[in-house]
Design a protein around this ligand. Structure first.
Ligand code: C5P
Length: 218
């Protein structure tokens, strides 16, 4: 058993993809499996935390003991996050949130048109940036960054621009890690420091990440 480093703490985690409806039968989404977010929920539970898992549509079974908040769109996820974050000690944004949604969701199935069609998309809120911008009751806020190049530079940029306390970056150009894979390699960035966590299962990495976060509280 793990030392209860997070006993008495509430941890809220976003996981999986979001699904942006176009009409009653179609949506825009991505290939996020939710594995890393679910592994983080399991790790936080193992350290004794009370865990809220805000999950987009995935096929995984949530770890027993966490409170699951099932959401679909980025707007749903944003609403759940803004409700839970002020009562959380830690907020981890692991979801692959769609950057854009349809400007209008058609009430009826969109009919086949000519050889081209244009969809108008509008920007979704940046959930983790809004959590990090809370003034009262702000949780320790941790983001993820999937990059294909210049990982350290882009990750440190997101740490600063989104106002995060820590960011966990992975190089998704490497085969077998990141989206949908069972293994991952991460580099954690905070303040002006960094720590590389070599290739391991998502469960092992999640435990290391959650322990690193526990060490930063107080
Ligand atoms: O900017 P980018 O999407 O690469 O940032 C990734 C991080 O930001 C992840 O922690 C992700 O969960 C979070 N994010 C978010 N809301 C968005 C976009 C990203 O919370 N609309």
């Amino acid at each position: 058993p793990e030392a209860p480093l997070l006993a008495g703490k509430t941890v809220t985690i976003t996981a999986g993809p979001t699904r942006e409806a176009l009409d009653p039968v179609r949506y825009i989404s991505n290939h996020s499996s939710g594995k890393m977010g679910y592994a983080l929920a399991e790790a936080a539970l193992a350290l004794g935390a009370h865990v809220h898992l805000i999950s987009g549509p995935v096929t995984l079974t949530p770890p027993p003991g966490c409170e699951v908040h099932a959401v679909s769109s980025a707007l749903d996820m944003h609403q759940a996050a803004m409700k839970l974050a002020p009562n959380s000690d830690v907020f981890i944004g692991c979801a692959a949130v769609a950057d854009y949604r349809a400007a209008d969701i058609a009430e009826q199935k969109i009919k086949k048109q000519g050889d081209e069609m244009t969809l108008t998309l509008v920007k979704n809120p940046d959930i983790i940036a809004d959590v990090a911008a809370l003034t009262a009751q702000r949780p320790y806020t941790v983001g993820f960054a999937a990059e294909t190049q210049d990982v350290a530079q882009y990750a440190q940029g997101k740490l600063k621009n989104k106002g995060l306390d820590m960011i966990c970056a992975n190089d998704v150009s490497q085969a077998g890690i990141g989206f949908n894979a069972n293994d991952n390699a991460l580099t954690l960035f905070w303040d002006n420091a960094q720590q590389s966590l070599p290739l391991a299962s998502k469960s092992e990495l999640a435990l290391t990440v959650v322990k690193a976060i526990a060490g930063k509280l107080n």
